[in-house]
Design a protein around this ligand. Structure first.
Ligand code: DGT
Ligand code: CA
Ligand code: CA
Ligand code: ZN
Length: 580
């Protein structure tokens, strides 16, 4: 799928360049759409062209198909080559900076003759930009803040990016399947940390195969640079500038190596101390008797922890924050697992800003083995997201009812839902008379974060029809820090009113600390993918990991309930608040 990414990146660049030149919006959006479709599809673009299926894909017009073919044949597109002559290409890479748009870049280019990223950043930091027309203090402050976040995000990737990267490499190594015993990503990715420095892939294989494995690893199509090509360790840098390490160990070392390379460092330091107290020495090569030097364990992680007198510890909580003490007493709670998850509560179709049709989203959820799903398209005030007014929701209800005839007999339930906007005054974007007709309602703040967010959320929770607060802290991975909100109050009222709080996987919105507090207070958490395409639905696995980092137990995760349990959860709140 490297080709899909390449072509998508090129179309994205063309769109940015056209925007810089002030071309019309319709044309610009056409290119953006193609980029989006190509990066979300699960089919290989070369295959799509070969089979001619590309002509049937919604969102890719004939002139785009021509350009894709041109790229596949020649490695570039003539329009792109023309545009490069007119536009400072490198400068446009700064469009990744949160809060920085084409207008500002163009202004700096025209007035200050700024052509490179470095020149722009210098112009901002030296205060030169401040003298340009339309550059208020607040705007400048936002750009500075955006640059900081962007620079930080360059250092570490989001969990989603790391996950995608590791999957892609796992797929690459799959063709050597007969040469190795085990293969798994370790490090912070396995611990499901919300940001990941580099991806660490661990492989166990017989020594005679190591050379071939490393050689094949560094031949990965997405490589920009090979940092290290060895017998036991290799490191590559991808086109996106991300590092991936590969280590090979012998089959009997698998467990101890996986334990070692999973970390965290703090956890491992403590574990090694415990080994030492027992006259043992733990390293990636195994667990050894200090006196005799004899190998005692290391084939599996379970074996290693067992020999140290404790139960196996889930990777997500290996941070030396109390998990070791509980493991020694064999009192670790059972954390929620992917197999407990029976449905997803928050996703969008192309009725609002999703990429796939409702029918496609439904079929995909059914195929994931869920028992139910909630479709939650945006409400009317989200104009950029093409939000639905009451009439369109009612039209969607009719489609859902029709689809139910096909899916209910198979034991799969489509719940009518919405993601209703919480307006600046805390009221909701849809009338109660309509909200009552939904099976499940998600309410979220999408605009005007400077209002009193806490008040808005509390007020929304007091509505008997609101079941879940969407992305309660407003945080977005590496690009937005979230709006100020009084979590103590939110947790208290969530508990009182029987409203769940959302762990929004792509935003990593509810932190492990906040999840821990939910668990302590008995507040229900719902893990959602907020999928805007079929290809986002499998992120549930990461959402579960993020929840486990907050020690989430199945009893307080809404997705572990069956469909009757969900209906009961909704009814209970309606009864409770109607009485009051
Ligand atoms: P990252 O990549 O910054 O998100 O974090 P990690 O945890 O993946 O760290 P990384 O890639 O440097 O190393 C992977 C694991 O290997 C780490 O979690 C623990 C283990 N490890 C690496 N270096 C050391 C070390 O010097 N001492 C110990 N005890 N463990 C280490
Ligand atoms: Ca790492
Ligand atoms: Ca590493
Ligand atoms: Zn959403």
């Amino acid at each position: 799928m490297e080709k899909n990414k390449e072509v998508a990146r090129l179309f994205e660049k063309i769109a940015d360049m056209l925007e810089f030149l002030g071309d019309n919006h319709y044309r610009i959006n056409t290119y953006r759409r193609v980029a989006e479709v190509l990066s979300e599809t699960t089919e290989d673009v070369e295959e799509l062209v070969k089979t001619g299926k590309i002509h049937q894909i919604h969102g890719i017009g004939e002139s785009s198909v021509e350009k894709i073919k041109e790229y596949l044949q020649t490695g570039t597109v003539s329009l792109y080559e023309e545009l490069r002559q007119k536009v400072p290409e490198e400068l446009l890479e700064l469009l990744e900076v949160p809060g920085l748009g084409v207008k500002t870049l163009k202004l700096a280019y025209d007035r200050l003759k700024v052509k490179t990223k470095e020149e722009f950043i210098r112009a901002v930091r030296s205060g030169q930009l401040a003298f340009l027309p339309g550059m208020g203090e607040k705007k400048l402050h936002n750009i500075l803040r955006g640059l900081e976040l962007w620079e930080k995000s360059k250092e570490r990737m989001s969990l989603l990016e790391a996950y995608g990267l590791s999957k892609s490499l796992e797929k690459h190594l799959e063709s050597l399947r007969e040469l190795y015993h085990n293969l798994q990503s370790a490090g912070s990715l396995r611990r499901r940390k919300e940001t990941v420095g580099d991806v660490d892939i661990l492989v166990s294989a017989n020594r005679e195969n190591w050379e071939r494995i490393h050689k094949y690893f560094v031949s990965y199509a997405g490589v920009k640079e090979v940092l290290l090509h060895g017998e036991t360790k290799s490191s590559i840098i991808t086109q996106e500038g991300r590092q991936v390490d590969l280590r090979t160990v012998e089959p009997h070392q698998w467990g101890s190596a996986l334990q070692y390379f999973t970390g965290s460092k703090e956890h491992n330091v403590r574990i090694r101390d415990i080994a030492r107290d027992r006259g043992l020495k733990l390293s990636e090569y195994g667990l050894f008797n200090v006196d005799t030097g004899e190998w005692v364990a290391g084939r599996t992680e379970e074996e290693v922890y067992e020999m140290l007198g404790m139960e196996w510890i889930p990777p997500e909580i290996r941070e030396n924050t109390g998990e070791i003490e509980l493991a020694l007493e064999r009192k670790l709670p059972r954390l929620v697992e992917l197999k407990d998850i029976k449905g997803d509560f928050h996703m969008h179709s192309n009725w609002s800003d999703g990429l796939n049709s409702l029918e496609e989203m439904v079929e995909a959820c059914y195929r994931l083995g869920y028992q139910y799903m909630v479709i939650g398209d945006h409400s009317q005030s989200s104009r950029v997201a093409n939000g639905l007014d009451p009439a369109r929701y009612r039209e969607q209800f009719r489609l859902i009812e029709k689809l139910r005839e096909h899916y209910e007999p198979k034991g799969f339930h489509i719940l009518k839902g919405c993601e209703v906007d919480i307006l600046p005054d805390g009221s909701l974007d849809l009338p109660d008379s309509l909200l009552e007709e939904f099976d499940f309602v998600v309410a979220s703040i999408h605009s005007r974060f400077n209002q009193d967010n806490t008040y808005r959320i509390l007020k929304a929770m007091e509505n008997p029809f609101v079941n879940l607060i969407g992305h309660p802290t407003g945080k977005v991975y590496q690009s937005r820090e979230g709006y100020p909100v009084d979590m103590d109050k939110v947790l208290e009222v969530a508990k009182e009113t029987g409203t769940a709080l959302e762990l929004n996987t792509p935003r990593a919105d509810l932190s492990p600390e906040n999840i821990k507090r939910c668990m302590e207070l008995g507040v229900t958490v719902a893990i959602v993918t907020d999928a805007h395409a079929v290809s986002h639905l499998p992120y549930m696995e990461l959402g579960v990991g993020l929840a486990r980092r907050g020690w989430a137990i199945p009893e307080l995760v809404l997705n572990t309930r069956d469909v009757n349990g969900i209906r009961e959860f909704v009814k209970k709140k309606r009864r409770l608040l109607h009485k009051a």
